[in-house]
Write a protein that binds this ligand. Structure first.
Ligand code: GLN
Length: 214
């Protein structure tokens, strides 16, 4: 089985190295011909507006939308999360998205580059040890559809820097500031799991690709 990493822009090498370290075979995806036979696809962090433009110019947007619509497991981190969401706030007007996870996302919702921060988050399904999470111009989840499972939320205290005030979710009381979510075969994180040595979220995605194949 082969995990694809969308390789147009952003943290491509880091994701490829993470799956490589887990013993998975990895294919860099740069055009429609790279989509055949993948067991899952990672959409890395970077810049969602640029990724949207590059997805169009490479001819990948529509074929990728089709395989995602047919249930290909996907793991979107930061900008990748924005691309997978149903609704994007504060995006470019021409920015496109795949709409395979029922989230409303606000780009740069925690603030700009200088407001980047790090935090330990507890992720349901990853055991008791928290995951160290790096947030860089991170997106905020402002709405969560009924089919979305919230696997982690941001704690109030963060190690470095503190996020701007974010309004509590009205459609999901008790799930203030979700940062890891799943809906069926789609997993998203608002931070950059590829930038730390902890591979548990990547491992969770590998398990999801195996579930889909059963
Ligand atoms: N703010 C970026 C965007 O809109 C995402 C930042 C990131 O991936 N670190 O795409």
């Amino acid at each position: 089985m082969t995990i694809g990493v969308l390789a147009l822009q952003g943290d491509v090498r880091e994701h490829a190295a993470a799956f490589g370290a887990l013993g998975e075979s990895v294919r860099l995806v740069v055009g429609p011909e790279d989509l055949a036979g993948l067991s899952g696809l990672v959409l890395p962090g970077g810049e969602s507006t640029t990724l949207s433009l590059l997805l169009e110019s490479s001819g990948l947007f529509d074929p990728l939308g089709e395989v995602l619509g047919n249930g290909l497991p996907a793991f979107g981190t930061c900008a990748g999360m924005i691309l997978l969401a149903g609704t994007v706030l504060d995006g470019r007007v021409d920015q496109r998205r795949f709409g395979v996870i029922d989230l409303t996302i606000r780009r740069n919702g925690y603030g700009r580059q200088a407001a980047s921060f790090e935090c330990d988050v507890e992720v349901s399904g990853l055991g008791a040890d928290p995951l160290h999470a790096v947030f860089i111009r991170a997106p905020v989840v402002e709405g969560c559809g009924p089919g979305v499972e919230v696997l982690a939320t941001l704690p109030d205290a963060c190690e470095r820097g503190s996020p701007v005030h974010v309004e509590p979710l009205t459609d999901r009381p008790g799930h203030h500031r979700p940062v890891v979510c799943r809906q069926g075969p789609v997993l998203v994180a608002a931070f950059h799991p590829e930038l730390t040595g902890d591979r548990r979220l990547h491992q969770m995605f590998v398990e999801m690709t195996k579930e889909e194949r059963r």
